[in-house]
Design a protein around this ligand. Structure first.
Ligand SMILES: Cc1cc2nc3c(=O)[nH]c(=O)nc-3n(C[C@H](O)[C@H](O)[C@H](O)COP(=O)(O)OP(=O)(O)OC[C@H]3O[C@@H](n4cnc5c(N)ncnc54)[C@H](O)[C@@H]3O)c2cc1C
Length: 444
């Protein structure tokens, strides 16, 4: 087995903000391969980390032990049209899954911004989209197969070992390797998306009206303009109608923005002017589009960036956004922040480590782009944002670079202790631990 485990492989996440050289890097194709890798790791006293699409903007995947890239384990095992369920290997990319579901007249109920992530990777970090009646992706899982540290394959569902299932659905890769997943889908559907600009004041004054008035509401706040781009999406039977905005999105949205932000790394006071310019020439022109669900859920996240995202109870959203807005404006002549700030809404669930565990949530995603890979200082912004979110009862997105440790997380998550106990019982010797997990689980 060690013959095909690669030595010296440089692992880097998508944003190129974290890297590591695992002792051995594996790309298994079958369950038997993975079982063998775990056996070898146990025998040699090594640790093991699974990786999917490497999209997480943090050190969550990093390891100096064995790294198992799950992307070749992406087969479809079963499609059940009657129950509208699909069973696939955990390494399947959502891009592939969306296509296969479409071919079978089915679709995932809600998605985040991108689909070039694996199903198991998205579940593990509590990946979410937006919609007050829609939970994190992991809340649509009905069954999964987990390969544990002892080499046992556990089949978990709500009917069979519910507590373990609620732990394994959002598990940060800490409980074992997710081999297969059965996902509750629904009949394929189209969405009609309407985007329009409005003021930040309007959206905050009428937030609950916005949130409740469509299936999928989110907004992009453009600091320094006082405006947001609000997006509502609802199911529709209308014909597919897509704008041809490729030229503007590519040339202006991507290249011009990256170039201007690159210049602003030398002249930071330009940032508010760039925000106003982009808003006025490109983003303020809303519109309507109708397309297949996943094509509407996904959107262009432009180029590499630092990101920080926490969820807060939805009831706190207005106060938090007002405080953040006041702070950003007060700093305008000293410290400038990038745009847009994305605000989304997600339904409560009962998964032990879901950031929406037992609470209807609002996610606020802040970014600092890295134009042409250049560093953009962000620590002071991150510190302020985190202190506001924390005070409002926030929880960090597991995939994103946060600095919380077990002592903080214990207070944030009602079932944190239960998760830690399950983890210790499944993996007493810490086969799946890396520095990220040691930090958040306080494992010595
Ligand atoms: C441009 C961009 C846009 C994004 N948009 C959103 C968004 O809209 N909403 C949102 O919530 N997040 C978003 N994210 C974050 C992203 O959804 C998460 O980082 C997600 O976990 C990435 O999936 P991945 O397959 O790349 O997982 P990785 O980053 O490779 O891994 C994430 C975790 O999953 C574990 N893992 C992977 N495979 C397995 C397996 N088979 N068994 C057990 N554990 C496993 C890893 O050990 C790790 O803990 C975005 C990220 C980027 C870069």
């Amino acid at each position: 087995m060690a013959e095909w485990g690669i030595k010296g492989y440089l692992f880097e996440n998508w944003a190129q903000t974290y890297k590591c050289i695992p002792e051995l890097y594996f790309t298994p194709k079958t369950k038997e391969d993975v079982i063998q890798i775990l056996e070898q790791a146990r025998a040699g006293g090594k640790t093991v980390r699974a990786v999917g699409g490497a999209r997480s903007p943090s050190d969550i995947c990093c390891t100096d032990g064995y790294m198992i890239d799950m992307q070749r384990m992406d087969s479809v095992i079963d499609v059940c049209a009657e129950k509208c369920q699909i069973t696939v290997e955990g390494g399947v990319m959502l891009t592939k899954l969306n296509r296969i579901l479409e071919e079978n007249g089915m679709a995932i109920s809600v998605l985040g911004a991108i689909s070039d992530i694996t199903l198991a990777g998205a579940m593990a970090t509590g990946t979410h989209g937006s919609g007050a009646q829609y939970g994190v992706l992991a809340s649509y899982v009905v069954k999964l197969e987990l390969l544990t540290a002892s080499g046992e394959v556990m089949t978990l569902s709500r009917e069979k070992d519910e507590d373990m299932f609620r732990a394994a659905a959002v598990s940060l890769g800490a409980l074992g390797i997710i081999l297969t997943v059965t996902l509750q889908c629904e009949k394929a559907f189209k969405l009609c998306k309407t985007s329009f600009t409005t003021t930040m004041d309007d959206v905050l004054e009428n937030l609950e009206v916005h949130v409740r008035s469509s299936e999928h509401f989110r907004f992009m706040w453009i600091p320094y303009t006082g405006h947001v781009i609000a997006t509502h999406a609802n199911r529709t039977d209308k014909k597919i109608a897509v704008h041809s905005s490729w030229f503007w999105e590519t040339l202006v949205g991507y290249h011009m923005l990256e170039f201007m932000l690159w210049i602003s790394t030398y002249f930071t006071s330009m940032v508010p002017y760039i925000a106003r310019f982009m808003y006025n020439i490109l983003w303020r022109h809303g519109g309507e589009m109708v397309d297949t669900s996943y094509k509407v859920f996904n959107f262009n996240c432009l180029f590499k960036q630092y990101v920080n995202e926490w969820s807060i109870p939805r009831s706190q959203a207005v106060l938090v956004l007002l405080e953040l807005q006041e702070w950003i404006l007060a700093q305008e002549h000293r410290l400038q922040v990038h745009f847009p700030i994305e605000v989304r809404f997600v339904k409560a669930d009962d998964l032990l480590l879901s950031p929406c565990s037992e609470i209807d949530s609002c996610y606020i995603n802040i970014i600092m782009f890295r134009p042409y890979g250049r560093d953009t200082p962000h620590q002071e912004y991150w510190d302020k944002y985190e202190s506001i979110m924390k005070r409002a009862g926030g929880r960090p997105h597991w995939a994103k670079a946060h600095r919380e440790t077990a002592s903080d997380l214990r207070k944030m998550y009602p079932h944190f202790e239960q998760f830690c106990n399950i983890r210790s019982s499944l993996d007493p010797h810490g086969l799946f631990l890396n520095n990220y997990l040691k930090r958040i689980l306080e494992y010595k």
